[in-house]
Ligand binder design. Sequence first.
Ligand code: AMP
Length: 224
Amino acid sequence: MRIILLGPPGVGKGTQASLIAKGFNIPKISTGDMLRDAIAKGSAIGKKVHDIMERGDYVSEEIIEELITKRLKSGDCKEGYLFDGFPRTMSQIKFLEKNDIHIDYVIEIKVPEEEIISRLSGRRIHIKSGRVYHIKNNPPKVDGIDDITKEPLTHRNDDKPETIKTRLTVYKQQTEPLVDYYKQQHAMNTLTYFTVDGNQDTEAVYKDIEHRLKARNKTNTSYL
Ligand code: AMP
């Protein structure tokens, strides 16, 4: 099963990606997590992308292709995987097609913009695992500390108000057009595209996704 999770920053893609990965026993492939990890390690890629990510812009296609190509070679990707935050541009879709990577499901998570801004500004993350918390809605047991590793949590620089605006604009310009593309693919029965209301609690969102994925009803053409 190959899945893409689509939606602007702050709709809960990372959280849902972790739940789907666990529930369906497939790896979560998050380009954002991989890039943050590269920055934390001080690698060559990390140095190249640091400023771009802080501004809220997209990093180059070349870098994303390199990360994805390397990651898909791992043995754990044989039975499928879940992309979180990839593809984000038409050119990244073309890259998948060029490499004969067939996607089964595209899930778009929808949340109103005011809610997105509140979620992103209160978000705290554990960089190594990609675990996501929110200071009010989903606080860690100890303030500022990851529940599992007990390591400190980070307030991403790109989750600060000025950058949130840029990220939402970049999403609208570069990634939103992908939705239409996937709706067309759905209509042609190439894959299944569906939307989920992300403005519910984490468990309810996951239940909706799980239900749709388990139904595996490829003949159903309604996606709303
Ligand atoms: P995310 O954690 O998915 O919100 O990603 C954080 C940042 O990483 C984005 O704002 C981009 O700067 C960069 N990034 C992650 N994935 C991609 C991608 N597929 N294409 C371009 N830039 C990306």
